[in-house]
Write a protein that binds this ligand. Structure first.
Ligand code: URA
Length: 433
């Protein structure tokens, strides 16, 4: 088999065989196919696409290119969730305890933030003492004991994706729906859960800016999951505006605790209930509405908050911070942003809000950079709300005073006030199964 012939076939819109896909990925990981040849192949896929069968084979070969996490040491079926990333997206911190409180098992590997979007691991690490790097034995034992654990990705998960993603990043081939779908799903398949709920974000703060693209991506990922024998559902949810009111690591942990107590923002609470309901449904705990009611009850009776505190403690964190969030250190500097006119908040660009938070220190511009746990933004007036001149729109927090000026400028640019009340944006646009 020659990679030259496989590239030529895809360039002309041909359908690759299972053997061709398998050869191409495995030889590339071994170093037997050069970067420039794989780059040409990726560009051919960018133009010609892949059918569902090719995509399923590609993803499974990528998933098997490294370690596959064997979760069989954990009793029962396990559910995972994945968000395509957004601003203020702290849903894992709420959904995993909700599912565990309703009898489900969540053994989850999460990532760190990069650019304008945050990462669950950075948020968890703002809790003093909490370890996200656990041995497999510790990880399995915590999930068996309390029903959930969230750790950073360990081992050699989907190295084919790592190598391909690095090439895509420098060859203008990131924005290909089949390549995004195979990249995300190869890691989810390798992570080993039986059930997968995908939260595909759409809008200004998301990877996918339009609803049509988001639906297409969700359909491809659901098809890949089902063809690999995993129960998979996707929700298409809004990321035109940030989720909840908090953007930034410890601020988002505090907001997650409030949501688990039943006093969180409505949008965040609703999305978390729907994600948890779909995970519980895939775990055969009932219909989606029945599972939603179970999850709501786990908020009302305090059991979901207890699960979160139990996970924090089991991973070495100080659980007293969960019961008393005033213990989180406050940022040294803050600035209030005030409304310049009466009206309604008619625009709230999620990406720009995320960039403003990153500039305050909540995110990192380069891999491995330090982040400031207490930095970020508390949104006081959300899209659609009425405001009077002088009202507080948001508060900015940082440990470095000099960062306030630029962040304020960007936040003001992200938000607009108009005399007319804007149209409501749905929270969940579609459910794909
Ligand atoms: N996230 C991924 O893991 N891969 C992509 O290609 C895009 C987003």
């Amino acid at each position: 088999m020659r990679i030259f012939d496989i590239i030529t076939k895809k360039k002309h819109g041909g359908i690759l065989t299972d053997e061709e896909i398998s050869y191409m990925i495995n030889a590339f990981v071994k170093g037997d196919i050069a970067d420039y040849q794989m780059a040409a192949m990726l560009m051919a896929v960018w133009f010609q696409g892949m059918n569902d069968h090719e995509l399923s084979v590609l993803t499974q070969v990528m998933a098997k290119s490294g370690d596959s996490v064997d979760l069989s040491a954990i009793e029962g079926e396990k559910a995972d969730k994945h968000s395509t990333g957004g601003v203020g997206d702290k849903t894992t911190l709420i959904v995993a305890p909700l599912v565990a409180a309703c009898g489900g098992k969540v053994a989850k590997m999460s990532g760190r933030g990069l650019g304008h979007t945050g990462g669950t691991i950075d948020k968890l690490e703002s809790i003093p003492g909490l370890r996200t790097s656990l041995t497999r034995t510790e990880f399995f034992s915590i999930v068996n004991k309390i029903g959930l654990s969230v750790i950073s990705q360990t081992g050699n998960i989907a190295p084919a994706d790592k190598k391909i993603y690095a090439l895509r990043d420098v060859t203008a081939t990131i924005d290909s729906i089949p390549l995004i779908a195979s990249s995300i799903m190869s890691k989810k398949l390798a992570a080993g859960s039986d059930c997968i709920v995908l939260d595909v974000k759409t809008g200004s703060g998301a990877f996918m800016k339009t609803l049509d693209e988001s639906i297409e991506l969700a359909q491809k990922m659901v098809s890949i999951g089902e063809r690999a024998g995993r129960k998979t559902v996707a929700l298409i949810t809004d990321m035109d505006i940030p989720l909840g009111a908090a953007i930034g690591n410890s601020l988002e942990v505090i907001e997650s605790v409030e949501t688990l107590r039943g006093s969180g923002p409505d949008d965040l609470t609703e999305i978390c209930l729907q994600l948890a309901a779909n995970m519980l449904h895939l775990l055969d705990k009932g219909s989606v509405p029945e599972c939603r009611a179970m999850a709501k009850n786990a908020i009302n009776n305090g059991s979901a908050l207890e699960k979160f505190a139990a996970m924090v403690q089991a991973q070495g964190g100080d659980a007293s911070f969960i019961y008393d969030t005033h213990k989180f250190a406050a940022a040294h500097y803050s600035r209030k942003i005030l409304a310049a006119a009466d009206g309604f908040i008619s625009k709230m660009n999620a990406e720009k809000c995320g960039i403003a938070a990153a500039i305050l220190g909540a995110g990192r511009e380069i891999k491995g950079a330090e982040i400031d746990s207490s930095a970020g933004i508390m949104i006081r007036k959300k899209y659609g709300e009425a405001v009077r001149k002088g009202d507080i729109l948001a508060e900015l927090f940082t440990s470095e005073e000099k960062r306030l000026e630029e962040a304020e400028h960007i936040y003001k640019d992200a938000v607009a006030i108009n005399e007319k009340e804007p149209e409501k944006i749905p929270l969940v646009f579609a459910r794909i199964e």
